[in-house]
Ligand binder design. Structure first.
Ligand code: F3S
Length: 389
């Protein structure tokens, strides 16, 4: 890989051991993937922030890095294992909290932005079309690449942090235009209400490593958020290309090797497969974190109804969105806990619950594994009906 004189100086350690370690990691990755150079990024999004997912080894890594390194571009952080203000109400243990605090302090020393959200694009860190970024959270990378038109690979936590420290990433993968072309076309017969996450779930499975082209896909931005999160959870690729019905496309479709169609009955079968049981300890909404529009629409639905109190309820969102919606938060709080900084997957749910229902198809992948839950998928409206009467 060609490095500039300034980059060579960082590699030689002239700007300190923190920046040296960061560029070593970035260059090593670039070498593996055949990158020719490093490119400037406008932001980073760092994952690996919950004590549950990174453990003691992760704390040591972050504390060590934070002694000698600082981020040099905007770098927001993924959800933690708890709500920093309401962890006791959540039922998180004191020991977990003190470990989590050490992670927060390390990110603070590194100069990272404490968004603690998987939807940084709804909380101020929203890249523009064409910008190169280094984001780690899989649901956010797919949203950035596909809906916002920014360019990022699906980074790991350490590589996103390293990129944040030097302000650069290696130019390979989805940073290069030639690698952003779709390899498979997928059409839907129809996507019934509440089934958009399942559509993403199936597309991820079918597309595998190929970028899917979804012709005639008309979704709201929140639906793109749920669709992409599920697609990235079941598939290996962090990008899809879409065109809305009746609109032409500038997509280069020359490399498409296969055209597939997902029938409505396949979506219904998927819903059946992920249906799980009918009684739940926890109903969890907000994977990825809820937008203000979603909080508003749920509050509107629930206003005037009464809590059924059959299970605990979590609405997960970012603290920025929470702060923007005090009235909606007040309504939703009658039905459950509106939590910030965390989510149903990276919080220690396994210590509190056994069965969880969610409207997120991404959560159906991770609740049974990371969360050790018996998981049930239901559309948002069904869950809102279940938690109210
Ligand atoms: Fe976000 Fe947690 Fe889901 S990080 S995408 S809410 S698994």
């Amino acid at each position: 890989m060609h490095l500039t004189a300034a980059e060579e100086r960082i590699l030689a350690g002239e700007e300190g051991p923190g920046r040296q370690k960061a560029i070593q990691l970035t260059v090593a990755l670039g070498d593996i993937y055949g990158a020719k150079r490093l490119i400037q990024i406008t932001s980073a999004q760092v994952s690996g922030a919950s004590f549950k997912t990174i453990g003691d080894a992760g704390i040591r890594f972050l504390e060590d890095f934070s002694k000698t390194a600082r981020v040099s571009v905007r770098a927001s952080v993924n959800p933690l294992g708890l709500d920093l203000r309401r962890w006791k109400v959540m039922g998180v243990e004191r020991d977990f909290h003190s470990k989590q605090e050490r992670i927060v302090e390390a990110y603070d020393r590194l100069g990272a932005e404490p968004l603690y959200s998987c939807t940084p694009y709804l909380a101020g860190n929203r890249p523009r079309k064409g910008q190169h970024i280094a984001w780690a959270e899989s649901s956010a990378t797919v949203f950035a690449n596909s809906f916002l038109g920014a360019k990022t690979n699906r980074e790991g936590g350490p590589s996103a942090l390293a990129a944040a420290i030097i302000g650069k990433t290696a130019e390979y993968g989805l940073h290069l235009e030639e690698n952003r072309k779709p390899g498979v076309q997928i059409a839907f017969e129809s996507i019934p209400d509440g089934m958009v996450p399942l559509a993403g779930y199936l597309v991820g499975k079918i597309a595998g490593k190929r970028i899917p082209y979804l012709k005639g896909l008309k979704l709201t931005s929140d639906e793109h958020k749920a669709f992409g999160a599920a697609m990235a959870a079941t598939g290996a690729v962090s990008m899809y290309v879409f065109s809305e019905p009746g609109k032409g496309t500038k997509t280069d479709t020359k490399e498409i090797e296969e055209c597939l169609r997902i029938s409505t009955s396949e979506l219904e079968k998927c819903a059946d497969d992920l249906r799980g049981g009918d009684s739940w300890d926890l109903v969890a909404i907000g994977c990825p974190h809820c937008s203000a529009v979603e909080l508003r629409s749920m509050a509107r639905f629930l206003k005037g109804r009464k809590p059924s109190k059959q299970s605990d309820v979590w609405f997960c969102t970012s603290r920025k969105v929470y702060a923007r919606c005090p009235r909606e938060v007040a309504v939703l709080s009658e039905y459950g806990k509106v939590l910030c900084d965390t989510c149903m997957v990276v919080a220690p749910v396994e210590k509190m619950y056994k069965t969880t229902a969610s409207d997120s198809a991404k959560a159906m992948v991770y609740l049974p594994t990371l969360g050790k839950q018996k998981a049930s998928f239901r559309p948002t409206k069904t869950l809102l009906e279940a938690i109210s009467r």
